[in-house]
Design a binder for this molecule. Structure first.
Ligand SMILES: O=P(O)(O)O[C@H]1O[C@H](CO)[C@@H](O)[C@H]1O
Ligand SMILES: O=c1cc[nH]c(=O)[nH]1
Length: 234
């Protein structure tokens, strides 16, 4: 048990997939894991542990936004000893060539959040674990799933008055906007875990189509499959 997670010692695997949506965690447990058991229900952050290709894997829904997910990322790494943490989220595609459900591997994370400014005396550069990133990239290639790799931006406010300044992220090559990756990379570094943020494009300034919740969630299988195949190698 930790302060916000009810799982008992040993019930959380050393490798964990981290979607924002707890219902995505349930879906993955039911569709991809064998013998999955629900090991946390506290605050609706459902976590399931089961086997994938014979290896223990946990998948846990962490909610949205860095203040909330930082609590889970910290307790998982610090209190449960989680060593491989792969976030599987949705994102806005920030480059004009990006299409719905494109898969993104976040090599590093910019952020609009002030959280890290309270930790570091200068600017910290949160990055993915290179070996995890490299293996995910290779596995995507083996499965013929195209992926885009590059910087993501972890943004504090989903709803905000958009301004011309928002375009600067695109101009400087940032490929996706989401809300948690910078916290994951920072906290994983602090506690000696490997981390990767994988995303699937659900919308964006260059995309007109609006997906329903069901269409969005059902479109995530490619990303989930890459994440699971990568996780079990670590
Ligand atoms: O689909 P998830 O993992 O929740 O990720 C993205 O979706 C949420 C916003 O709709 C934010 O959490 C953002 O990071
Ligand atoms: O955080 C998010 C998630 C999806 N789309 C966005 O624009 N932002």
């Amino acid at each position: 048990m930790s302060f916000h997670i009810g799982a008992k010692e040993g019930q959380i695997a050393s490798r964990i997939l981290l979607p924002g949506d707890p219902m995505r965690a349930k879906y993955i447990a039911e569709k991809f894991l064998e013998g999955a058991e629900c090991v946390n229900k506290v605050r609706g952050a459902y976590a399931y542990t089961g086997k994938y290709k014979g290896k223990d894997v946990t998948v846990m829904g962490t909610g949205m936004g860095m203040p909330q997910v930082s609590i889970y990322f910290t307790e998982l790494a610090r209190d449960y000893g989680t060593k491989t943490m792969i976030r599987i989220g949705t994102c806005g595609g920030l480059q004009p060539d990006m299409k719905l459900l494109d898969v993104v591997l976040g090599t590093g994370a910019c952020t609009t959040s002030g959280m890290n400014r309270r930790i570091f005396p200068g600017e910290y550069a949160p990055i993915a674990d290179f070996e995890l990133l490299n293996r995910a990239y290779e596995i995507a290639g083996e499965r013929n799933i195209p992926v885009k790799t590059g910087l993501i931006n972890s943004i504090d406010s989903f709803y905000r008055d958009k301004s011309e300044k928002d375009k600067v992220w695109t101009q400087y090559g940032v490929i996706a906007g989401e809300m948690e990756g910078a916290a994951l990379y920072t906290i994983a570094a602090r506690y000696g875990a490997r981390a990767l943020t994988m995303l699937s494009v659900s919308d964006g300034p260059y995309i007109d189509t609006i997906l329903s919740y069901e269409e969005k969630e059902q479109g995530l299988n490619n990303m989930i499959q890459i994440a699971l195949d990568t996780a079990i190698e670590f």
